[in-house]
Design a protein around this ligand. Structure first.
Ligand SMILES: [Fe+2]
Length: 503
């Protein structure tokens, strides 16, 4: 529907052509556009491609009479007013005209002036009617738009929440962190006052508290008996559970609000439960809250499963590599357990320097594997008691690169790989394989280098006896800032003087 130019288009329908002619001349003179038809069928045909503001029609016409035409027009566009012109205004006709949505009728012979007033009135009414309709449409469109916007916002919020949930549990280093994140996120996203994670499985048939959200009193380890029963029921069913304020939570002392219990499963087996409560002054948890909590539980469970798999693979791999190192050292009576001692010394030094637990772990693993590249060096070179030729020395010097290659091929442990690669670099840049200098050499490699050199001098070798301690320290001091990072060396010597180095 569109607003049309005033004054408008009038359609006259009558089988008497003289009436059409008079009306056409009169209204065109007044500036109207005038269309004419000699019966209803013709009129409808015109209206298929012409926009009409109002229609005057006779009643008795061949093919389609005026009342049928009025009915058709009403169905096609109920904003077009129809005025009936009749010579016989019977009561019956009057009633029928009004039923068909005719807005007025004029008695023939029509008075042109009267007709003009009628046109002005119906067109004004029509304009108001159309404006009102347009307004209503606009209001409806606006309401629809607002509702769509609200829907969209909800979707976006939901999607954002799910993204957060997924993101929270990828790349979590330890299972303990997964559970901590789970309760913190549940508290935040589900608007829980408090959140707990309980372990429950074949090993622990009685639920045991692992972690609670901030603001919870430190747990005594297990829930009170009534709650424990509920938790065990959920663990058995394996289905999430939502309790409203008025649905029985009162059976637990201290909890009078709404609560949710969501199981965590690995391969359909429940191994733990997320338990959330909200106090009674707030609304109950909704289905959406339960949906979020379930999504979190699912992703946390995946993370736990992945960590378990990864830790298993990691341990297996390490055990295999370590076995290689032991095999190399076993061939050489002199280097027996050298790697273990280097690892222990490096960790002690690192701890004294205040390194974090992860770095100490890296030092321990790298220490034990640092010479794994010697697998690639021939035995007659590796175990040769006398002086090495240049070629033989070059072969030995390849071991950091070979070792880093072995660990790197497994696609794990980039930090360990770095230490293995650079453990023979020297602080003044004269080491191998890259000739890195100073702080270019990774910190952990600089630490390991001190421990490695010390242990080499402090143990018997094929070509010499072990050196006395004071001599070792003298040699090391002379290599300060040449072979060794001066700060690390100073700390090492200080620990030696205090007797705090591992035996
Ligand atoms: Fe080495």
């Amino acid at each position: 529907m569109e607003k049309e130019e005033t004054p408008g288009t009038i359609l006259f329908v009558d089988d008497e052509s003289s009436i059409l002619e008079i009306a056409q001349e009169y209204f065109e003179h007044k500036g109207y556009r005038v269309l004419t038809a000699s019966n209803g069928v013709e009129a409808l045909k015109i209206m298929e491609h012409e926009s009409v503001s109002c229609c005057f029609t006779d009643i008795n016409m061949p093919e389609m009479n005026g009342l049928e035409l009025a009915e058709h027009i009403r169905r096609k566009d109920n904003t077009v007013p129809v005025i009936v012109m009749t010579g016989y205004p019977s009561l019956e006709n009057t009633i029928r005209t009004l039923k068909n949505g005719v807005v007025d009728f004029l008695i023939k012979p029509v008075n042109l002036n009267q007709m003009n007033l009628c046109v002005k009135r119906v067109l004004r009414e029509r304009r108001l009617f159309v404006e009102n309709l347009l307004l209503k449409e606009e209001v409806a469109r606006k309401a629809q738009l607002e509702s769509l916007n609200r829907d969209l916002e909800t979707r976006v919020t939901e999607l954002g929440a799910l993204n957060r949930i997924m993101g929270a549990f990828t790349s979590v280093p330890e299972s303990g962190d997964v559970f901590r994140r789970l309760v913190d996120m549940a508290q935040d996203l589900c608007g829980a006052g408090k959140a707990w994670f309980y372990v429950i499985n074949d090993l622990f048939p009685f639920p045991r508290e692992v972690v609670a959200s901030q603001g919870c009193l430190p747990g005594s380890g297990g829930p009170e008996p009534a709650l424990a029963d509920l938790l065990r029921e959920v663990a058995e069913d394996g289905l999430p559970f939502l309790l409203g304020k008025n649905s029985g939570t009162t059976r637990f002392s201290g909890i009078t609000g709404s609560a949710m219990v969501v199981p965590l499963k690995i391969r359909e087996k429940v191994f733990g439960l997320l338990y959330l409560v909200r106090d009674r002054f707030r609304d109950d948890f909704s289905d959406k809250d339960l949906y979020y909590a379930s999504a979190m539980a699912t992703h946390a469970a995946y993370a736990i499963e992945n960590l378990a798999l990864y830790e298993n693979i990691y341990e297996n791999l390490f055990a295999t590599l370590y076995a290689f190192v032991s095999a190399i050292e076993a061939k050489d009576a002199y280097t027996h357990q050298h790697s273990d001692r280097v690892a222990a010394l490096s960790v002690a030094l690192g701890r004294r320097m205040g390194l974090d637990a992860e770095s100490l772990d890296v030092l321990l693993f790298a220490g034990r594997l640092h010479d794994i590249g010697k697998i690639g060096v021939r035995d007659e070179v590796l175990l040769k008691p006398g002086r090495l030729t240049d070629a033989e020395y070059d072969a030995i010097k390849a071991h950091p690169v070979i070792g880093a290659g072995i660990v790197g091929k497994l696609g794990l442990w980039s930090r360990e790989q770095e230490i293995i690669l650079y453990h023979h670099e020297r602080y003044d840049g004269s080491g191998y394989p890259k000739g890195l200098a100073g702080k270019e050499i990774p910190l952990l490699a600089r630490i390991l280098s001190v421990a490695d050199a010390y242990d080499a001098m402090a143990s018997d070798r094929a070509y010499r006896k072990r050196m006395p301690e004071h001599e070792i320290f003298l040699v090391m001091k002379q290599a300060r800032a040449r072979q060794f990072d001066p700060e690390i060396l100073d700390l090492f010597l200080q620990m030696a003087a205090e007797g705090t180095l591992p035996a």
